[in-house]
Design a protein around this ligand. Structure first.
Ligand code: PEP
Ligand code: MG
Length: 587
């Protein structure tokens, strides 16, 4: 089933949603609707306005329908974006100005609406505020729909496939991605975009393979071309040869059998062949993930990213609302431990709709985020600390501060925690007086001063996602330098070794909760370096547990010692890969 006469082309992108798909391509170019421009007689201007009203009604119905479908298929959170779209249709400034422009100039309503909406889009996209800039995207999306309806054009083409297709798009607007239904899309490939774009999040939640950052693939591929999308390695193979197809057929079969094997073995304890128990924990962002935590048998929660409670809400959640969410998690897990991380808002996670709290920054990753934000907005921070303390009366809670850069910051956070404890005591409310407090080690200065921090921490958790970005000066979301983001860089290994040594010298345990922990290629290296626990997304637990059960800790230590003596990140990675392949056969 190749595209006859066309040579095979392999394009490397960034893996965004796992899985393999084979099928024909549908090239989707997001382009602006062509708008005719003509004069309307004064007597017919009323009819122009009526046409406009009708187009607004039709657009509203279409968006409400998409919203309903998304809500049903993906849940209410994913459907929230369409509320913003519906609001655009109620914007009296936009509607009023369009009508006034039509009445004043006598130009057709499409021309007037296009002019006014373009002006708004331009104004929004120039504003120094991420939230408002995103509203420009909503407006652009809705304006295209209104124009299509005014011009009687068909609804967006992504919704009409007779057969399933691999969608190759330059970009995907939120309402387009919503109309891609699982029965229509085999895979999603985008020229631009990052792993966190809305379309990709949708693809992941629908378990559709996705690859992003393939630059100019839309201009190289043609409708109907055959292709393979490899969401594991971030590859798109155009016009695959018979040999490639055969290879991928085998890979796909193997992946399925292997995944079944992992799940079947997942009820076994995480103990190495030389009898050492390894603590495997889960990272969660929402209360809704508790089912996955139980299904994949986590021994506890090593990282609860509480900022998502805030990011998924239009306003700052109250102490009581937060308490209820934390309590649900803590009670479900009890007696297993739950590490609740205080707010890590800001950086790439600003809270939308609160530009006064999160002003635009040139270097958001080095800016006003996490503990820095909390130590300024102490009212928000203290509400959260009290909510966490209250939840600690319902199970085993540990508190962890993100982005700690040194001992003073830790002391300031702890002073606020002491105030919160006193306030709860005064209120006569129960909490765990012995609540353990730890720090994330994810800034190089914290790693270097780990000995000082260990004095005032009950545990460390290493955030390798950020630690690597700051240590190597590689923006973790910039796809142009993604190849330089190397977890096996000797600087990373030496820093990890130092943190573990200082933690243990100070008598406290240390875990890793960055993405490295959930990757079976790196897990043995981390354990060999002396890390006590690994915390990862729930779905990664079976693969890591399988490997833990197939190795000895003695071998992992030998791997770490060998890796520490090497200079090349690639060579260190090759050793890690060889370690994995020698113990786990995916055949
Ligand atoms: C990390 O930085 O490794 C981490 C776990 O935190 P986040 O990914 O939320 O920044
Ligand atoms: Mg981090």
């Amino acid at each position: 089933m190749d595209s006859p006469g066309k040579p095979e082309v392999i394009v490397q992108g960034i893996s965004a949603s796992q899985g393999i798909a084979h099928g024909q391509i549908f090239v989707f170019i997001q382009s602006n609707v062509e708008v005719p421009n003509y004069q309307v007689e004064p007597a017919k201007r009323g009819a122009e306005v009526a046409r406009f009203d009708q187009a607004l009604v039709t657009t509203r119905q279409q968006i409400a329908k998409i919203k309903g479908e998304v809500e049903k298929n993906l849940g209410p959170e994913e459907a929230l974006i369409f509320d913003a779209h519906l609001l655009v249709l109620e914007d009296q400034a936009l509607i009023g100005e369009t009508i006034r422009e039509c009445e004043a100039t006598g130009r057709n309503i499409e021309t007037c609406f296009n002019q006014i909406s373009q002006r708004y889009i331009q104004a929004f996209s120039e504003i120094d505020d991420e939230y408002l800039r995103e509203r420009a995207g909503d407006l652009r999306d809705v304006a295209q729909r209104v124009l299509q309806n005014l011009l009687g054009q068909a609804e967006n083409s992504l919704a009409r496939f007779a057969e399933r297709r691999i969608i190759v798009a330059n970009d995907v607007f939120p309402s387009d991605s919503a109309s891609i239904d699982r029965s229509g899309a085999l895979a999603l490939v985008t020229d631009s975009g990052s792993r966190t774009s809305h379309a990709v999040i949708m693809a992941r939640s629908m378990k559709v393979p996705a690859v992003v950052g393939v630059h100019d693939l839309t201009s190289r591929a043609t409708n109907g071309d055959w292709a393979i999308v490899d969401g594991y390695d971030g590859l798109v193979i155009l016009n695959p040869s018979e040999t490639t197809l055969f290879r991928y057929g085998k890979i796909q079969e193997r992946k399925k059998t292997f995944e079944t094997r992992l799940l079947n073995a997942n009820s076994q304890p995480a103990v190495t062949l030389d009898g050492v128990a390894v603590s495997l924990l889960a990272n969660i962002e929402r209360v809704g993930e508790l089912k996955a935590v139980e299904d994949y048998r986590a021994e506890g929660i090593g990282l609860f990213r509480t900022e998502y409670l805030f990011l998924n809400s239009a306003r700052i959640p109250t102490e009581q609302e937060q308490f209820l969410a934390y309590k649900t998690v803590v009670e479900t897990l009890a007696p297993r431990p739950v590490v609740i991380r205080s707010l890590d808002l800001g950086g790439d996670k600003p809270m939308l709709g609160h530009p006064h709290l999160f002003p635009k920054e040139d270097n958001p990753f080095m800016g006003f985020r996490a503990i820095r934000f909390c130590l300024v907005h102490t009212d928000i921070f203290k509400d959260q600390l009290r909510a966490i303390l209250l939840a600690s009366a319902h199970g085993k809670v540990r508190l962890m501060y993100p982005m700690i850069s040194g001992a003073e910051e830790l002391a300031k956070a702890n002073a606020l925690l002491a105030e919160c404890k006193a306030e709860l005591q005064a209120r006569g409310q129960a909490f765990d007086a012995a609540l353990e407090v730890g720090a994330m080690i994810e800034i190089p200065s914290a790693a270097v001063t780990a000995d000082l921090l260990a004095r005032d921490c009950a545990f460390f958790s290493i955030g390798t996602n950020d630690l690597i970005q700051y240590l190597l000066a590689i923006d973790r979301v910039n796809d142009r330098i993604a190849h330089l983001y190397e977890p096996t860089h000797p600087a990373v290994l030496r820093t990890l070794q130092h943190i573990v040594a200082e933690a243990h010298r100070g008598g406290i345990p240390v875990s890793v909760c960055g993405e490295m922990a959930g990757d079976p290629m790196y897990a043995p290296l981390l354990l060999g370096l002396g890390v006590d626990a690994l915390s990862m997304s729930p779905a990664s637990l079976p693969a890591v547990k399988y490997l833990v059960r197939a190795m000895t800790l003695a071998d992992a230590k030998a791997l770490a010692a060998e890796a520490l003596a090497l200079a090349s990140p690639k060579e260190i990675f090759a050793r890690c890969e060889a370690f994995y392949r020698a113990r786990v056969s995916t055949e």
